[in-house]
Design a protein around this ligand. Sequence first.
Ligand SMILES: Cc1cc2nc3c(=O)[nH]c(=O)nc-3n(C[C@H](O)[C@H](O)[C@H](O)COP(=O)(O)OP(=O)(O)OC[C@H]3O[C@@H](n4cnc5c(N)ncnc54)[C@H](O)[C@@H]3O)c2cc1C
Length: 404
Amino acid sequence: MLPDGVEWIREEVRLFDPERNRVVTAKRKTIDYDFLVVATGLRYDYERIDGLKREMIGSKGIASVYLNDTLKGEEIGGKSTWEWFRQIRMAAEKRASGKPLKILFTQLSSPVKGQGTGEKTLFLCNDMFRGSSPFGGEDIRRNVKFVFAKKEKEFLGIDSYDRALEERIDDSGNMEKAFGDDLVEIDSDRQTAVFDYHDFEKTEWNEKREAFDVVPVIKKAMMKYDFIHITPPMKSVHAVANSPLAWQTGERKGWLAVDPSILRHVEYPNVFGIGDVLGIPGGKSAGSIYREGPVLEKNLVAAMEGKEPVTEFDGYTSCPLHIKCGETMPNSIITVWRLRYLSIPYKPDGYGGFRIFICSKRSTSISFCGESCRPETKRGLEFEGRWKIVGNHETSFARSVLLH
Ligand SMILES: Cc1cc2nc3c(=O)[nH]c(=O)nc-3n(C[C@H](O)[C@H](O)[C@H](O)COP(=O)(O)OP(=O)(O)OC[C@H]3O[C@@H](n4cnc5c(N)ncnc54)[C@H](O)[C@@H]3O)c2cc1C
């Protein structure tokens, strides 16, 4: 897949030195550059949850579909979660319907890649008990109870999408949500999860306002579970987070400090970024990358020619929501344009506000295929020059979009 003129150095970058226009690899190789594109993705921070170790995932009833290590080339989350599904199904078959298994899905407060993945996994898991999944069997949904716990008090923060999901949950009869609950600790032996619940408490009566004053409080809440699925906290990779390339303060601290519209670094004009590493508002998704690719291409070429950036990223992100095996949510929003931060006026058919794609039945990943296969996003980067790719695994999505 690598075009001519690209040299692939299969090493991890340990140090970014944008003052000297160079990077240093794990094997202490120094590489100078004229222009730099950072596409290092993100890392999972399972250990932020007290009592949890990465190695525990896949045992003790704990799963995480995210579990992988792109530096090592390990992608085991999907496979081990499928196995987790199978184990729950077997346990549920032995359960009496009056004593359902409790299956907990958690999502913490941090930027999440593949927004909606926790929700998808929840719905697919429930589908497995219906008997219609590849596992087959009887409909034993009455033997399981799901709780979806997350710190935010909404699913994706988009009214119509969230309403559709709430309806699904309410109609299911075996799912409930626990919003405001942020997982902080896990006791795997006692099968208990501990949450910080972010709330407000009344203090004194305020005569002027004729209301009680309120202060934010964090209360502890415990929840027993039989099985738990964890969406991990996500962070920028160390080399970026500890470099001058990262935002140094604020809620995006550690993520690559680019201008969200032109994808160029805010301080180093010869540095660009793409993919999950970006410290910009909005989604971290493959869908976003397909839109970022052409923007990066044009602005990078302009910079190489000494010109100003010529185009802007619109903040697009997408998330096909699978609610059954082989089926995305019928007549629901599966693709969303989030442009609030760019202040582009709303245009129903254009690049403003929300644009909604309606998904018909039985169309897996319709948005993904539909969108990502658009000819303009598949266009290659065809310009002269030498590229060096520094990285030691081939799964970088951003890289493949750039080089396609
Ligand atoms: C379970 C799951 C479901 C998802 N569902 C969807 C979906 O439905 N729709 C959607 O659009 N997106 C989805 N996504 C998100 C999508 O997969 C990611 O947004 C995308 O893969 C990110 O690509 P990236 O190239 O930025 O990062 P990655 O693919 O993580 O690649 C980063 C690369 O950088 C390398 N690297 C890391 N550190 C260094 C370093 N210091 N030096 C050199 N190289 C380094 C790594 O080895 C890796 O090869 C999902 C993701 C997951 C995990």
